[in-house]
Ligand binder design. Sequence first.
Ligand code: FE2
Length: 307
Amino acid sequence: MVKNEILEDLFFIERGYLNANHFVYRSESPILIDTGYISDFNETERLINNAGAKISDVSLIINTHTHCDHIGGNGIIQQKSGCDIALHKVGKHFMDTKDDWSTWWRYYGQKAAFFNCTKPLEDGDVMGIGPHEFEVIYTPGHASDGVVLYHPKEKILLSSDTLWENDVAVMTLRVEGSLALFQMQTCLEKLESLDVRMVYPGHGRPFCDIGSALSNSKEKIEHYMLDREVLGNDLIKKIIVYTLLMKKEFKETEFFPYLMDTVWFKETCDLYFNSEYETKYKDIMNTFFKRGIIKNKNGCLFTIIKP
Ligand SMILES: [Fe+2]
């Protein structure tokens, strides 16, 4: 875990793949940005405490979108503190209408709980985090309620899952619709116009070369548009790793039947791979075994990716 003071009293906390990175603003009324995955809440709480903030004093949580790895602590923290929760208005709509499909929770079989969003955000809003003013920029594509936060004075971008250093986040066209890739392209172009000296992404370490991250991402999205198989493969690979992180480990003999019971696995194979479920499964697992990303110990599968 890396804790890093990015502006006075505002800490960046780097996690792994299961838990998104998050931020703590230390004060008598602390503010949090994103809250990890629900099953790792104890660790999230420990890290928030370590940054000098008390859960029961939290005044506001800002979420960059409602995916399970960003909102996992919301319910408990709101219960203990009565804090406000700010989300893009599309995400507030998902919470108000109990839409666990658009949030991906049901689609990918993830654990998450609804919470009360008290502050709907819009593109162009300015959020005060103590003395630090961040612009809210709406960035649909990966998630239809996605936002990034930009501090123009210090040229800092909290890019969530809209911009990673060397990869793009999962693109789920079955939920987000066929326009998602185009929306992502537009968002990346929007980010290109910003003056940025440091990027704090939703997963992975901070980085300063936004130009190269943007061209990597744009190239990858173009690649997805030209070759649907690449998009399908990337999706299945990422969600298989994510599933193993959620479950910690999985009996090998039960893994394929489990996947066949989920909504996403069959739909993705239907969409990109002519419904060749077992062939695709074996193909992807073999690649993972060869690369050492997934291992088999006493008949149980686990991944070496950090949660
Ligand atoms: Fe996400």
